[in-house]
Design a binder for this molecule. Structure first.
Ligand SMILES: [Cu+2]
Length: 257
């Protein structure tokens, strides 16, 4: 396969030799409950799998002072934001990886299961959240203190809900939008990002940097990766019938802020 490199500003993506292996879709445990089609005409579905890395020294996270609210709970030692979480080997967490182009007008079912985010120790867990349009987002308050969850979207209805300790609320977003900032009006250090997609082809990395986008119809796609301090990288990628395409993405330290 001929691969094309796209550089966007200071960011780059590296496609290490695309490795193809066969992929059996739902038959091998990739459920289609997310709404993706089980087949695309006579073609078998494909899978994109990879890891996200950062090529420089770890960025310094910001220190948080929670003294204003003692009921945020006992934290051992200094508290830092989780806006840059990297494993010692350079694998990067809290990266949103998604298909941004190539799906055409395909319609996808909204999953019945909610996506859950926690407020615990006056931090959002996870910090980077993704879900489908109109899918329920369940927000738990595991603390004894009052939180106030307040997403500030550009392309969706804004909502702002006070949440007493121990309570849980649900809401949703009707339109696609990447990285809606979320704040708590009570605790100024609390921050998270919610992304909303019309399709199920997205993933947020954990500390192992891994992502997987299963059940993709064969075709040409644009793959994007977003990190709150490193920006966005993009790449064209080709998915073949019944095959796994392996791609590793690397954020460059020059892009950091
Ligand atoms: Cu709060």
């Amino acid at each position: 396969m001929k691969t094309r490199w796209i550089l966007i500003g200071m960011f780059s993506i590296s496609l290490l030799i695309p490795i193809r292996s066969s992929y059996a879709g739902a038959a091998h445990g990739y459920s289609t409950s997310s709404g993706a089609l089980a087949t695309a005409g006579s073609s078998k579905l494909g899978l994109i799998r990879g890891e996200v890395h950062f090529d420089g020294p770890a960025l310094k996270p910001t220190r948080i002072n929670m003294a204003a609210d003692p009921s945020c709970g006992a934290h051992s030692g200094a508290i830092f934001t989780d806006d840059f979480v990297m494993a010692p080997d350079g694998k990067l967490a809290n990266v949103l990886v998604f298909i941004s182009d190539g799906l055409g007008s395909e319609q996808f079912t909204t999953p019945a299961e909610p996506v859950v985010m926690q407020q615990k120790g006056c931090m959002y867990k996870p910090r980077v959240v993704a879900l489908q349009t109109n899918q329920k987002l369940r927000i738990m308050n595991s603390d004894s203190t009052l939180h106030n969850i307040h997403p500030t979207p550009q392309n969706n209805r804004e909502w702002n809900k006070a949440q007493p300790g121990g309570s849980s609320i649900e809401d949703s977003f009707a339109r696609e939008e990447i990285a809606i900032p979320v704040k708590c009006n009570v605790h100024p250090w609390m921050k998270s990002y919610i992304s909303v997609f019309k399709h199920p082809y997205f993933s947020v990395t954990l500390k192992d940097g891994k992502f997987e986008l299963p059940n993709l119809p064969p075709g040409q796609y644009t793959l994007e990766a977003w990190h709150e301090r490193l920006g966005t990288i993009k790449q064209k990628i080709s998915v073949s019938s019944g095959e796994v395409t392996t791609v590793d993405l690397t954020f460059k330290s020059a892009a950091a802020r």
